[in-house]
Design a protein. Structure first.
Length: 447
């Protein structure tokens, strides 16, 4: 690159190279073919930038080809103007003759197309290496502007295509377009690579853990009564029984009459039974036992029958350590041919052994119930040697079988029943059965 400074006295005062090393005044004394120092026929084109003393661009002049020698007429715009002769290859110095202010002179220089393409190739290869080594997007943007921007070598070369012959212009244009496409692809690849890294770093920096963190869940447990009921059902199902259920509000037929309980029986009075204001007086009530489920089953099922009926029952008892007005009861019923009292005793013994363990013994004591004949109370042994009443049992009364349409001469059966709450109190050695309904979590969490 040659720098020329315009003065009043001489068209060209001195020339300097880009490294600011002085070329010498003798060069400007012969700004013609001899000053160039090589064959003009070997070169094809020239580009001249004119700038002021502050480095601001004034104009750019592209030389035109004429028999392998490029000539251009230039009139110096003002004193103190600096003219840059751009040479894109080989480091060849191309002095340019610039006239004094107001005078005209011919600008003579030349430049080969092949040299231009070679230098553009070298610059593109260097730019690709820089893009591969780039470590951030700002560096890629800077390289992009440098190699593809308005002031890039590619843009300048494209502007010079108009001074070439059609064939040369076509070849040079294709080469320039290929280089531009190659560099754009390299820029896009570097941008994608670094953008992915930026996004990953941003995600890591801005990551939020949105998973809900819950404190340890305080899981509850089944109530003691429910645990006892489930355990009893498992035991009886294992013995071949099925589970039967019925309504908690019953009529007098199912709760009393079908069970051979006469109207004069004390259990049918308001002192023992909770009646419901529905229908005829003392005809609808809260069931006082689960025996109505037995009646409904016998009415709707052909023998043989093996069921147990767990559920809530209601009586007018005052709550104390051994009684509750609303309590849970389970009753069993067996109807089959050839059933005896020995079968009842064996069933109770097997149930107690499965529920309480093999060390607990049972016994039967004679008693009376209107729906069984004979009837008995069954007790279980305590660790201290005493006995605890568990429930009542007996052979199903023939009248009950007839009320349900079953012939007592063909079918026989036994029934038993006891309170689930009392059974839970005995198993867990509770002193007061009311603890089961007080809803004190300090007590219930122990089980």
């Amino acid at each position: 690159m040659i720098v020329w400074v315009l003065t009043d006295e001489i068209g060209c005062e001195r020339a300097e190279r880009p490294d600011r090393s002085l070329v010498g005044p003798d060069v400007v004394e012969h700004p013609t073919h001899e000053a160039v120092g090589h064959s003009l026929a070997a070169h094809r084109r020239v580009c001249l930038d004119v700038r002021d003393s502050q480095g601001r661009p004034v104009k750019q002049i592209v030389g035109h080809r004429d028999d392998a020698v490029v000539d251009h007429q230039l009139v110096a715009p003002a004193v103190g103007i600096v003219a840059y002769m751009k040479v894109n290859g080989g480091g060849v110095r191309h002095p340019v003759s610039v006239p004094q202010k107001g005078r005209a002179s011919r600008l003579t220089s030349a430049y080969p197309v092949a040299s231009m393409i070679d230098e553009l190739e070298a610059g593109a290869a260097e730019a690709e290496k820089r893009l591969e080594a780039a470590v951030n997007l700002d560096e890629v943007r800077a390289i992009d502007a440098e190699i593809l921007g308005k002031k890039s070598a590619l843009t300048a070369a494209k502007k010079q295509l108009g001074g070439l012959e059609p064939d040369e212009r076509r070849a040079a244009g294709m080469a320039i377009n290929e280089l531009r496409a190659r560099l754009e692809a390299a820029v896009a690849e570097a941008d994608t690579r670094l953008a992915a890294g930026v996004r990953a770093a941003q995600y890591d920096a801005e990551r939020l853990d949105l998973s809900e963190r819950l404190s340890k869940i305080q899981r509850g447990s089944l109530h003691l009564t429910t645990q006892a009921r489930d355990r009893l059902e498992d035991v009886f199902v294992g013995m071949g029984f099925t589970i039967a259920e019925g309504p908690e509000v019953e009529t007098a037929w199912y709760n009393f009459e079908a069970l051979n309980i006469p109207e004069w029986h004390p259990a049918r009075g308001s002192f023992d039974t909770i009646f419901v204001d529905l229908g005829e007086p003392e005809e609808v009530m809260l069931r006082s036992h689960t025996s109505p489920v037995q009646i409904r089953t016998m009415e709707n099922t052909e023998p043989p029958i093996y069921i147990v009926a767990p559920g809530r029952t209601f009586r007018t008892d005052t709550a104390d350590a051994t009684h509750l007005p609303a309590f849970n009861q389970i009753e069993g019923l067996v109807i089959d041919r050839g059933i005896t009292l020995g079968d009842l005793a064996g069933t109770i013994d097997e149930f107690v052994r499965s529920f309480f363990g093999g060390e607990v013994k049972t016994r039967l004591r004679p008693s009376y119930f209107p729906f069984t004949e004979p009837s008995a109370e069954f007790d279980i042994s305590r660790p201290d040697g005493s006995w605890l009443e568990l429930g009542g049992c007996g052979m199903v009364h023939p009248n009950v079988l007839r009320n349900c349409g079953i012939d007592p001469e063909v079918w026989q059966g036994f029934a038993f029943g006891f309170g689930i709450d009392r059974l839970a109190a005995m198993r867990y050695q509770l002193d007061d059965i009311r603890e089961l309904v007080n809803s004190d979590v300090r007590f219930l969490r122990q089980f």
